[in-house]
Ligand binder design. Structure first.
Ligand SMILES: CCCCCCCC(=O)SCCNC(=O)CCNC(=O)[C@H](O)C(C)(C)COP(=O)(O)OP(=O)(O)OC[C@H]1O[C@@H](n2cnc3c(N)ncnc32)[C@H](O)[C@@H]1OP(=O)(O)O
Length: 225
């Protein structure tokens, strides 16, 4: 078997978790499919209570897959993960896949669905909320040709437990600019219920702070295609 061929573990996995969104990826896109598959594994491992034998066999399979992918390791500027701006989730699996419906000069709107992998016990883990806010606020802060800025703070208020396996709406607003400082606001809703809101500060980087860093929101897709 060459490095691009992997075995499956159909005998062990029988995924039961369906994403009610449309498929997050173009199924002809192999890297996007790989990311989707990894999310499915994360969710399935979290939801399972395998026998020791099934756990051991699965662990060996996963280690085998990691070793096969290690043959394709590249530097951070060459990797695909996190740089596929055209995909929900940008081809990464740290943050739940955020489906962006709109990004304008001063507003962004998206949807996210969080499974048990990101659970803090029957509700979304409190550390995941800032991940989602950071994602959408950063996209807005750095959109429309604005020079790259980094998060200086995120002040999150948790207003209600965020339910799992249902669609949450996430909104971001560009609240103002003062020199290099960009003030951002955001909110997360489940239906009419405000789940969390946030205030964030992004600071535009000075030239010396961008050295050796490839920064381009929205150009990753073409770079990687
Ligand atoms: C779209 C892609 C999705 C991925 C999302 C990724 C987004 C991120 O998570 S970025 C990673 C997390 N953030 C970081 O790692 C940033 C770490 N921090 C830094 O690098 C620096 O502190 C940085 C760049 C934010 C600011 O440093 P520096 O440029 O030296 O700022 P400095 O000149 O001291 O301050 C500029 C202004 O900002 C203010 N400021 C800076 N930090 C803060 C802060 N934490 N709180 C309040 N004000 C602040 C200063 O008071 C100053 O204000 P003023 O101009 O009125 O005097």
């Amino acid at each position: 078997m060459d490095a691009t061929t992997v075995s499956t573990t159909d005998d062990i996995w029988s995924p039961s978790w369906d994403d009610p969104f449309e498929p997050t990826t173009d199924r002809d896109d192999e890297f996007a499919e790989l990311t989707d598959a990894l999310r499915a594994v994360q969710e399935a491992v979290t939801r399972s209570r395998p026998t020791p034998d099934a756990a051991g066999r699965t662990a060996r399979t996963l280690r085998d897959l990691a070793a096969r992918l290690a043959a394709f390791e590249v530097g951070e500027d060459e990797q695909i993960s996190g740089r596929r701006w055209d995909l929900a989730g940008r081809g990464q699996t740290l943050t739940p896949a955020l489906h962006l419906d709109e990004v304008t000069d001063n507003r962004a709107r998206g949807r996210v669905l969080v499974g048990r992998f990101h659970s803090g016990r029957y509700a979304m883990n409190g550390g995941v909320t800032p991940l989602i806010f950071d994602e959408i606020l950063a996209r807005l802060a750095n959109s429309c040709g604005r020079p790259w800025a980094r998060t200086a703070y995120l002040h999150v208020n948790y207003r209600a437990p965020a339910p799992l396996d249902v669609e949450l709406r996430v909104e971001a607003e560009f609240a103002g600019q003062d020199g290099r400082k960009r003030f951002m606001r955001g909110a997360m809703h489940h239906g009419d219920v405000l789940v969390a809101d946030v205030e964030g500060l992004w600071i535009e980087l000075k030239p010396e702070q961008t050295q050796n860093v490839s920064l381009a929101v929205g150009r990753g897709a073409e770079e990687n295609s």
